[in-house]
Design a protein around this ligand. Structure first.
Ligand SMILES: *Cc1c(COP(=O)(O)O)cnc(C)c1O
Length: 420
């Protein structure tokens, strides 16, 4: 499907006049409409809730919007827990899905009354120690089925190579131990494939987890109160890719639920999701200005943004669509490498991409940067993190995080010993 930016050249210029490029901009109207569609897709399940994966876009203004749409926060670290707390999420508004968990983090999650999702069977003892044996009434366990995860004939991912989760036997052992300590209700969590645009992913995952819940209930007699399908519903980064249809996905999960859980008398189980990418990616653009062009063995366009603002292309070779604002309908008769200025040759937003003719000073929108974009940013080469801007439904905009300054970059140094 043709990818159309949610900002025009005029709007980008209006924002840039106040907050210079590069910056990430988020589309509040799109975020809200999508969150409502998700909620609607799972409305057949009375306990349904989305816990937004904070790591995707850790900004309190974004968390606040999602909170207004009924979402909780999925946190995996101490600082993410602090951010959730700061926007008023408490207790079961928070899912704590961590791994290799430091003591401080586990203690904080417990103090907040979050749902704690244990990544490993050894974490039962860890939790017992941290809580002086007063383990939570509800505990979630993360599952790793091993082997490969397939949809039809397509292998989607290899859980056996993944560091997350525990085996079924370990889950049964953990449940028995936790019940002996007083835990009354359990959740199951698994994240088995990432960025799937096949509407079959969640239903297949749900079917596996529902069957697992039946087996574990039969083996231990425990009560399951929720099943957390985690993240993994993807977005169409490429124009030719299919788009996830959340209504079809939600209905596919319902069919598995009615087939597997309802007949077993387990129809009280709530479905939770922990989506990050699906919630935010399409509703963010990285807006950047063309600084330079060069003509050597290829044609290069150099931007004022770099991989420090958006790491996915450099890290995974990920595709991000690029629109030259104001040239939306121009013919794509030029081929460019679009680069940032890091001293790393993988700092390329696009390689041999067909684009309209580009001039210095043009403003580009790099699409689908709303999740795992700003948040993966870093300071290599002394590059500073950009601002984040929220575009409101009425067209007004708001700075929701200022750009870093050199003072921020130097804030963790103490220069005094060097008499500078
Ligand atoms: C990253 C992550 C998510 C979100 O994944 P998306 O692909 O952004 O949907 C959810 N849960 C856990 C535990 C994660 O690590």
């Amino acid at each position: 499907m043709k990818k159309t930016p949610f900002v025009t050249l005029e709007k980008a210029k209006e924002i840039a006049a106040q907050y210079p490029t590069p910056f990430h901009v988020y589309d509040e109207a799109g975020i809200r409409a999508n969150a409502r569609a998700l909620k609607q897709a799972f409305s057949w399940n009375p306990g349904y809730r989305e816990y937004f994966a904070v790591k995707a876009t850790p900004n309190p203004y974004i968390l606040k919007i999602l909170q207004e749409e009924g979402c909780g926060c999925d946190c995996s670290s101490y600082t993410e827990l602090l951010m959730a707390e700061a926007v008023g999420s408490v207790g079961h508004d928070i899912m704590f899905s961590s791994n290799v968990t430091p003591e401080q983090d586990m203690r904080k999650a417990y103090e907040l009354g979050a749902y704690i999702n244990l990544d490993d069977a050894t974490h039962v003892e860890f939790l017992e120690r941290i809580t002086d044996g007063k383990v939570p009434e509800t505990v979630c366990l993360r599952y790793n089925p091993g082997g490969s995860f397939s949809l039809g004939n397509t292998i989607m991912d290899m859980p056996r190579d993944a560091k997350y989760g525990m085996t079924e036997d370990q889950m049964a052992g953990a449940i028995n131990r936790l019940m002996a300590l007083g835990t009354k209700h359990f959740g199951i969590h698994a994240f088995l494939a990432s960025n799937t645009t096949n509407n079959g992913y969640y239903p297949e995952l749900a079917s596996q987890l529902f069957r697992l819940a039946v087996r574990l209930r039969n083996a231990t007699g425990c009560h399951f109160s929720f099943i957390n399908l985690s993240g993994g519903v993807g977005v169409d980064y490429r124009p030719e890719q299919p788009r996830s249809d959340i209504a079809i996905i939600g209905d596919g999960v319902r069919q598995q639920y009615e087939k597997i859980l309802t007949p077993e008398g387990m129809g009280d189980i709530a479905i939770f999701t922990e989506l990050g990418r699906f919630m935010l990616a399409p509703y963010g653009h990285l807006i950047s200005t063309v600084l330079h062009q060069k003509h050597i063995y290829r044609e290069y366009v150099g931007l004022d943004a770099c991989a420090a603002n958006l790491m996915r292309p450099a890290m995974y070779g990920a595709y991000h669509h690029i629109t030259v604002l104001g040239k939306e309908d121009a013919i794509l008769d030029h081929v460019y490498d679009v680069t940032g200025g890091l001293c790393e040759n993988n700092d390329k937003f696009a390689i041999e991409r067909s684009l309209p003719e580009i001039e210095i000073g043009d403003i580009v929108a790099i699409h689908d940067t709303g999740a795992h974009g700003f948040s993966m940013g870093y300071n290599y080469n002394g590059k500073l993190r950009s601002a984040e801007i929220l575009l409101h439904p009425d067209g007004t905009f708001q700075l929701i995080r200022r750009a870093e300054t050199p003072a921020d970059y130097f804030a963790t140094f103490d220069f005094s010993p060097f008499n500078l």
